[in-house]
Design a protein around this ligand. Sequence first.
Ligand code: AP5
Ligand code: MG
Length: 224
Amino acid sequence: MLNLIFLGPPGAGKGTQSQRLAQRFAIPQLSTGDILRRAVAEGSPLGKQAKALMDAGKLVPDEVVNAIVEEALARPEARRGFLLDGYPRTVAQATALDEMLARRGRKLDYVVSLDVPVEVLVDRLSGRLTCPKDGSTYHARTNPPKRPGLCDSDSTPLVQRPDDQPGAVRRRLAEYQNKTALLTDYYKPRGVLRTIEGVGTPEDVEGRIVSALRDNLTAGPANP
Ligand code: AP5
Ligand code: MG
């Protein structure tokens, strides 16, 4: 059982790395951003509520995302562990997650915080291509798909996310600084926080994460 959170600003590589680790550890990646984008694409009531906020780069209300995560954690596949990508993003979400986990008798093992300078974030987001079907991400220059413009796993044509336009990127970076960055202080005293240098190839970053988790397992698991 591995219960893991990915923290980090927009473009830090949360999605890229959580997909890799979800495969490696055979646990589900729970991305609130992906779930919300699917709801927008389907035009569901949730999607209609979230679309304008997301396109503008603003956070969706806490109670909306808390309900999404509550439901995702109740699914059978999350029994073996989970990897939360993009949640929590506010202190209110972090305390709601603590309550959800306590109700299930579960604890967080690690909070992986990806550290990437702002100029690299902006470059990554401006070149990002996303699969609207499975949420996988590519980058035109640094992480291209095998066939130009097509998703590697299902050949769906890749698109640019509406919130990767420059104005929305600025707003997302500001939301992160104002509401999410302080979550490292929330988790630090618990001994679960692992800050990882997020610059380098996706393989390099994955290697750093895995060895940070291993170091801790050698020293004694955070959640025995
Ligand atoms: P969300 O989908 O979570 O977006 P985000 O946090 O802004 O982060 P991104 O998905 O943009 O970046 P990422 O860190 O996943 O980077 P990626 O791996 O793609 O949220 C979107 C919106 O939904 C929010 O603005 C909000 O409205 C709403 N929302 C979601 N969760 C919410 C919550 N909990 N509360 C309230 N609202 C919520 O990588 C980026 C690019 O870089 C890609 O092109 C990738 O290929 C490339 N790349 C990755 N790693 C590397 C590397 N090592 N080297 C070179 N390129 C790399
Ligand atoms: Mg993402």
